[in-house]
Structures are given as C-alpha cells and as structure tokens.
Write a protein that binds this ligand. Structure first.
Ligand code: ZN
Length: 266
C-alpha cells in the first residue's frame, strides 16, 4: 500500500497534467469505487469543475476543485493514469475523468479496494487523522508527549493513522532502525532523547522517500527507487549495514516487521 512519500509523489507528478484543466465529463465503471456521493450525483456535480491544486493529507491524495474536493485513497492497487482521451480504457479503470486538454485521468484499480470521495469539505474525512510528520508544527516535543500518553508497542502505534498520519510498514521499519529503537518497545518507556531520535528519523526517512519518488516495490509506483536504499525492510537474513548482524523479520499485529537485533535492542 502506498504511504506518505508515494502519495506525495503522485500529487507532485500529477500537478502539471491536472492543474488548470477542467473536468468536462466523467464516467464511472465500478460504482463501489465511489464512497460518496452516488454515481449520478457525482457526475452531475464534478462536470464543469476546474482542478485548482493537487495535494496530500496522510495517505489520501486530494484534488482541490473549483467548488469541491476530489479525494482518492489508493489502498492496495489503486493507480492514477493520464492518457489521451481516445486511447482505449483499461479493463480495470473504475472512474475516468475527461479533461479539457484532450486527456483523461483514469482511476485504475484491479483489486477494487481503492475509494473516491467528492466532498465540499474534506475535514470530515480527515478528522480522525493524527499530525503530519513533516509539518513544521510537528515537533519532537509533541511526539514525546504523544508517546507518553500511550502504553503500546512502538511499531503498531506508528502505523495507527490517528497517532501519526501517513506512515505505513516500510517507513515505520526504516525509521525505527535509523532511530535504533526496537519495534516492540513500549511507548511510554521511551526517553525524551529516544523520542527526539525517532522524530528526526521519521522526517529523514520520509523526506528521503519523497526525494527518491517513493518505493516501487510493486507494479503501481512507477519510477520510485527508494526500495534500493532500504536498510531493513525486506532484508531479512541480510547483514545490517551498521553492525553486520543478520536483519530479523517478525510478525507484529499481522504485519511483517524488519529490524536489526543488535542495533535495535529493546
Ligand atoms: Zn545492526
């Protein structure tokens, strides 16, 4: 599933193709991809709206339109593709927006878990989300205070979108490794220095992911190369770049977790 850097990459790559264009028609090929509103209302409302901005909140891609917000959650296999309008649609296109420049924006989603919203105010959708880890307002002191209020294992808490927005399995494992923290450490036992290290590692790893256009570990995320720079993720059995010990893989909360048993002591 794409995480913060992959969605940020989508928002940046789509910007020149979408901003300033008007949606002149829309077709829905799989109604359940639409979370809201219903198909007829969606088509009536979106037709004629200009696209003003592309952006991201957590793992949601959001397009600001003239009157509304168009929001995508790509989940397991969702993809957004620009192509000439006359090109034949793909079998897995769930939604196609016709643009005023003769191109189409297709929401392509073979596994059908992705969702699309057209809303006048996105805050209802985002209200449960925690802070953005790359926001200027998100400080190490805030992270420390939030960790102190939970008595949970570190890795599952980092994946909890109400605790912190946008971090998923890859970037949690890489951040914990860089901060030298064990994924099963209890959050309320961490020191202020450890919280500071985690805060710095999260920002460093997420920014590096964005700089490398995300990680192309499955077919959706074209062009990203952060997967070539993983220190622990999917490196089970290979030597730690810091100490040479074999990277371990364990399952925590049904998610595979990768860490160095020497560098990341509990
Ligand atoms: Zn190590």
């Amino acid at each position: 599933m794409p995480e913060l850097p992959e969605i940020e990459t989508f928002a940046r790559l789509l910007r020149p193709a979408l901003v300033g264009k008007t949606i002149v028609a829309a077709s829905v090929h799989w109604a359940r991809s639409l979370a809201e509103p219903e198909v007829d209302a969606f088509i009536a409302r979106i037709t004629g709206q200009a696209i003003l901005e592309t952006g991201r909140r957590a793992k949601f891609l959001r397009l600001r339109l003239a009157q509304d917000w168009l929001i995508f959650h790509l989940r397991m296999s969702g993809d957004l593709r620009i192509r000439p309008l006359e090109a034949p649609p793909s079998q897995h296109d769930r939604l196609i927006l016709h643009l005023s420049d003769g191109n189409a924006l297709a929401f392509h989603d073979p596994r059908k878990f992705g969702r699309v919203w057209l809303v006048s105010d996105p805050e209802g959708l985002f209200q449960h989300l925690g802070p953005e880890p790359l926001a200027d307002s998100f400080t190490a002191a805030e992270l420390y205070a939030r960790l102190q209020t939970h008595r949970r294992q570190l890795k599952p808490l980092l994946l909890d979108q109400s605790f912190l927005a946008g971090v998923g399995n890859i970037y949690a494992d890489e951040s914990l490794h860089q901060a030298r923290l064990h994924p099963l450490a209890l959050t309320n036992r961490l020191s202020a220095d450890q919280a500071q290290a985690l805060w710095a590692a999260l920002r460093s790893v997420l920014n590096e992911g964005i700089r490398r256009n995300g990680a192309s570990i499955d077919w959706v995320y074209r062009g990203g190369n952060f997967q070539n720079h993983f220190c622990v993720y999917q490196r089970a059995g290979q030597p730690c770049f810091t100490c040479g010990a074999a990277i371990e893989r364990i399952i925590i909360g049904q998610r595979s977790t990768h860490f160095c048993p020497i560098c990341q002591k509990i």
